[in-house]
Ligand binder design. Structure first.
Ligand code: GLN
Length: 547
């Protein structure tokens, strides 16, 4: 049976619970344990798939096709453990399962209530796979005291109560505000937030305190006494220059020791921190800088492209360069010349996206990169727009476009070189979609294999011809145009195993121009940069020597 660590937050939101959970996972792994991380989100959406990236940041997709919170991306980047469908749950999903069961008559006529029906559903979720790992780390979204979070807090209280003693612990993340006028760190908000937790029956074992200033011993003792935790279980979490310093920093503050102590694991296995020492070294010690433009639509909220930003950084770490990312709004040059906006960058990346807005700008960005021989990485929509660009400007199909935009506009304006896919093969079964399906969950989602052409640039980058990558899209490049496009210099160097769906295109006679239908950024780790990002940044570095 796994030991459970529940991570909750108090005082204010956005304290970095996800990061603390991920770093703890990495620290337990460094001690030789196996871990799994989970996120329980109180919002009412069934999953974040239909939430705007402006509001909620990126949707992180798992191998098994779940659309999840971006915190699962942190978990994967820090632990290397592939997240699964069963690692993310929201109130929306819990309630929809409970209501489905009610309609089916599974509750045999009983009155359905939050306790026990909703809480039982949450506990069943927590139980899944508890015999597979040493530690299960479960983060509860939101802040203690939020109305919608209550069923989750009640469920984890019951869960811990029902397990043998000493198999669950509660780690609470709070903030110690600093009053400049009196030069003091204040502990009262933390005390109140712990009281709030205690009032619902949860006594935290470990306090993790975010603070911009060193926590004096006196305050630490005060927190320990008033919040009923041991003094060495008050862990300071200071602001860090990079998120990848977190495992080393939390280790130094004794987080993993406090957790193992609380579980009575003694003597604790010695930690192996070399991986994180190397990661930290690469983050801070580099020999140059490359400038990369991300030409997108959701640029106001950088979290919308969280994994891409991280993957680029990993690529930089592999090449010992700092990657400076500029967010360029594609809409700005929808109708004007792209050159003034893109000149001077060592590489251009066009990420995924939905809807027509900004796509003419993205097409121009692809054209600019192709003609000026600037390294280009197109991801999902960024690949589709590179194909549209090649169709228009290389193959002479001047009205080429994507069916997505015709659907959006409600009329036919383009020759659809990118079309709406309604039937495809996953593993050994067929998947079908209808025009009228709900928006949520109607995409080609999750891990799919692709076969790369031996001798192609991507095969060289990956060092193999068989890959598996994660997808999230409704539309596909139509192979009907493959021959014509290949005659004109666009190579289809990666295809689905049945040869029907183009997965990768590259431009012939170009230093580095690759478009991929999938999302390689989701699989990149600081200690194992994704080959495409590693090589893309290498190409940017080579280019930076030229410009
Ligand atoms: N909108 C495109 C599609 O659905 C691309 C999706 C994406 O970039 N993730 O196919």
């Amino acid at each position: 049976m796994a030991r459970y660590v529940f991570i909750t937050g108090g005082v204010v939101s956005s304290l970095g619970k996800g990061l603390a959970s991920a770093a703890l996972g990495a620290l337990l792994q460094a001690r030789g344990y196996s871990v799994r991380l989970r996120k329980l989100d109180p919002y009412l959406n069934v999953d974040p798939g239909t939430m705007s990236p402006f509001e909620h940041g990126e949707v992180f997709v798992t191998d098994d096709g779940a659309e999840t919170d971006l915190d699962l991306g942190h978990y994967e980047r820090f632990t290397g453990v592939a997240a699964r469908n069963t690692d993310s749950i929201s109130s929306g999903r819990v309630y929809s399962t409970v209501l489905e069961k009610e309609r089916r008559g599974d509750y045999l006529g009983k009155t359905i209530q939050v306790i026990p029906h909703v809480t039982n559903e949450i506990k069943d979720f927590l139980d899944i796979g508890d015999d597979e790992v040493d530690f299960m780390l479960c983060e509860i979204g939101g802040t203690v005291g939020d109305i919608e979070g209550l069923p989750f807090f009640e469920a984890i209280r019951q869960f811990a109560h029902e397990r043998p003693r000493g198999e669950c612990l509660f780690m609470h993340l709070t903030l110690l505000p600093y009053l400049a006028a009196s030069g003091e760190l204040k502990t009262k908000p933390t005390q109140h937030s712990v009281k709030e937790l205690q009032s619902i029956g949860i006594a935290p074992d470990i306090l993790v305190c975010r603070s911009e200033h060193p926590i004096p011993e006196k305050e630490r003792e005060k927190l320990a006494l008033f919040c009923n935790v041991r003094p060495d279980s008050v862990i300071a979490a200071y602001d860090l220059p990079s998120i990848y310093d977190a495992p080393l920093a939390y280790h130094k503050e004794g987080m993993d020791t406090a957790v193992l102590n609380a579980f009575g694991i003694s003597p604790a296995p010695k930690p192996k921190m070399e991986v994180w020492e190397d990661v930290s070294d690469r983050v801070h010690n580099y020999e140059g800088e490359v400038r990369i433009a991300i030409v997108g639509k959701y640029i106001q909220l950088e979290d919308a492209y969280k994994s891409i930003k991280e993957a680029l950084m990993h690529g930089g770490m592999a090449n010992r360069v700092k990657v400076r990312v500029d967010w360029v709004d594609a809409e700005v040059f929808d109708r004007e010349d792209a050159a003034p906006h893109l000149e001077g960058y060592h590489a251009i990346l066009v990420p995924g996206g939905f809807g027509e807005r900004g796509t003419e700008g993205k097409i121009k960005a692809a054209q600019f990169a192709r003609e000026k021989k600037i390294p280009y990485l197109g991801i999902c929509l960024g690949m589709q727009m590179a194909v549209v660009e090649a169709a228009r400007n290389l193959a002479g199909l001047t009205d080429a476009g994507s069916e997505e935009f015709d659907h959006e506009a409600g009329k036919k304006r383009f020759t659809p070189v990118v079309y709406h896919l309604k039937e495809w093969v996953q593993g050994n079964h067929k998947v079908k979609r209808k025009e009228t399906d709900d928006k949520g969950g109607t995409m080609r989602l999750g891990a799919y294999n692709a076969t790369l052409t031996a001798g192609s640039k991507v095969a060289e980058v990956y060092g193999t011809t068989a890959i598996e990558e994660r997808h999230r899209h409704r539309y596909e490049v139509d192979i009907k145009y493959k021959e014509e496009l290949e005659k004109n210099g666009l190579v289809f160097s990666g295809m689905s195993p049945d040869g029907k769906l183009p997965e990768i295109v590259e431009v012939k006679d170009h230093p580095w121009f690759i478009g991929v239908q999938f999302h390689p950024e989701l699989k990149s780790k600081p200690f194992a940069p994704h080959p495409l990002f590693r090589d893309f940044v290498r190409a940017a570095k080579d280019n930076s020597r030229l410009v």
